[in-house]
Design a protein around this ligand. Structure first.
Ligand code: NBP
Length: 473
């Protein structure tokens, strides 16, 4: 009798191929299917001796799986996921499990979850982070869906996930779209981290440092409290030389950033929930502005500003930018965690923020030493109202805030854009300002719209209106 596979994977592009090799290397037999069969054949032929079963039709693919079947999708997010599910539905049987490992929008995952549940099938929307390398060597996995379905997938997920010590970087995130939601926030935070690093680089460039000198700084930072995958690859990227010209590759790369949408999704969700994610917002907008290259080139000859060259002590600048980066990063994560908490409460997902921070410590793009401190902060106080008020982070912010504002002031006075540093600092200053000018804002609202206001000298919940003078014309 033909040997049945433990799991099947549909979608043999870069992520799917690497995930299959990872799963197979842990002792599982994997059936594979790709819409374009040539890719299936080429993949299996390139990996002889592996426990792989190629299928050229979805019917054969489904029949090759042990029951309950576990079918993982790694196809392009959006309509392709629906198309594949539509084709799978008549082929699957009760209790079979479909796992979508792509970057799907969490609301799509909720819709698909309901569709499959109505057919007696189970659905897991699993965020898979870490790109190609993570998929092959061990990603951070954020699965959402029913707890019982998680248990059925747990052995495979735990064996393929990245490990930090003995801890696999996977945990059941919550029901429905919770997994893809958390992956979306992860990506938003990744946008923030990347932009903050780019702003540090920009300041060092303005100080006249060479790419190798800047790479040295990132390498040094990677030994300390800023240790992270993104800091590490930044150092390596800066050192890379172009074989054709001998120039640093980064100097040859056009300054137009791309994006695939998960950052924007995070912003839309933050707006829906009235949660401030200003660092992520600045990061997304920085990419948008970067893409307006022709407009920026034209404006650079027409709009005036100060001389951007920084004539400062470099050692001091490096120390100050370090502190600004660390403090801004804390704000960015605090904002992302606030959004997750708000959404988790609204949806009844019971998100364990400490556990989520813990599974981001390995296998994903935002992996960083300081996630240990986030995890510890939520373990010490699961009801922590704000990460910036946790003892460890409060201390870092208090120690770094002066250098941070000096960096932002330096950048502003030299006309160097630092949108994420400054957005983070403004958030910090707003949060620590007991009385904001919103009193005047309330007066304006009451003036033109009779929206009423509360008073500082009366109990909360009592609303007042002032008969403001009439304005003519
Ligand atoms: P892509 O996102 O580029 O998708 C390509 C795959 O989707 C191919 O296998 C393609 O089949 C298949 N596909 C498409 Br397109 N339309 C289809 C349809 N209508 N029916 C069936 N299959 C269809 O691949 P990827 O970069 O490996 O990413 C896979 C997922 O993982 C995405 O959701 C992505 O956002 C996510 N992700 C990617 C990364 C990364 O670093 N690349 C990281 C983390 C997550 P074909 O060969 O026949 O065209």
């Amino acid at each position: 009798m033909k040997q049945l596979s433990d799991i099947g994977l549909i979608g043999l592009a870069v992520m799917g191929q690497n995930l299959v090799l990872n799963i197979e290397s842990r002792g599982f037999r994997v059936s594979v299917f790709n819409r374009t069969s040539d890719a299936t054949d080429a993949f299996v032929a390139a990996h002889p001796g592996k426990q792989l079963a190629a299928a050229h039709t979805l019917a054969d693919f489904v029949q090759s799986l042990a029951r309950p079947r576990r079918v993982m999708l790694m196809v392009k997010a959006g309509a392709p996921v629906d198309a594949v599910i539509e084709q799978l539905l008549p082929l699957l049987e009760a209790d079979d499990i479909v796992i979508d490992g792509g970057n799907s929008l969490f609301t799509d995952t909720e819709r698909r979850d309901a569709l499959l549940a109505a057919r007696g099938l189970h659905f897991i929307g699993a965020g898979v982070s870490g790109g190609e390398e993570g998929a092959r060597k061990g990603p951070s996995i954020m699965p959402g869906g029913p707890a019982s379905t998680w248990q059925a997938m747990r052995p495979i997920f735990e064996s393929i996930a990245a490990k930090v010590g003995n801890d696999p970087c996977v945990v059941h995130i919550g029901p429905g779209g919770a997994g893809h939601y958390v992956k979306m926030i992860h990506n938003g935070i990744e946008y923030g981290d990347m932009q903050l690093i780019c702003e540090a680089y920009s300041l060092f460039c303005a100080a006249g440092m060479s790419t190798d000198e800047i790479a040295d700084v990132f390498d040094t930072w990677n030994e300390g409290e800023l240790q992270s995958y993104l800091i590490q690859i930044t150092g390596k990227a800066l050192r890379q030389r172009d074989p054709e010209t001998g120039a640093p590759v980064v100097d040859l790369i056009l300054d137009k950033a791309g994006q695939k949408g998960t950052g924007q999704w995070t912003l839309m969700n933050a707006a829906d929930n009235a949660v401030v994610v200003s660092t992520i917002n600045a990061a997304v907008e920085a990419r948008v502005l970067s893409s307006m290259k022709a407009m920026r080139v034209a404006a650079s000859a027409q709009l005036q500003g100060p001389d951007a060259a920084l004539k400062v002590d470099r050692t001091r600048l490096i120390e100050q930018v370090h502190d600004a980066l660390y403090a801004s990063k804390i704000v960015s994560y605090a904002q992302g965690l606030n959004l997750m908490r708000t959404m988790g409460e609204k949806k009844g997902w019971a998100l364990d923020l400490g556990a989520i921070a813990a599974i981001w410590r390995g296998g994903c793009i935002v992996r960083a030493r300081f996630l240990n401190h986030i995890s510890a902060a939520y373990r010490a106080d699961p009801q922590l109202p704000h990460l910036m008020l946790a003892p460890f982070f409060k201390d870092v912010l208090n120690r770094h805030q002066q250098a941070w504002r000096e960096v932002v002031a330096l950048a502003v006075s030299h006309g160097i854009p630092v949108p994420a540093f400054s957005a983070s600092l403004s958030y910090y200053d707003s949060l620590r300002t007991a009385r904001l000018p919103a009193n005047l804002l309330q007066a304006q609202r009451d003036f033109f719209g009779a929206h009423t206001y509360e008073r500082v000298d009366k109990p909360a919940g009592q609303w007042f209106h002032t008969p403001w003078p009439e304005v003519i014309g």
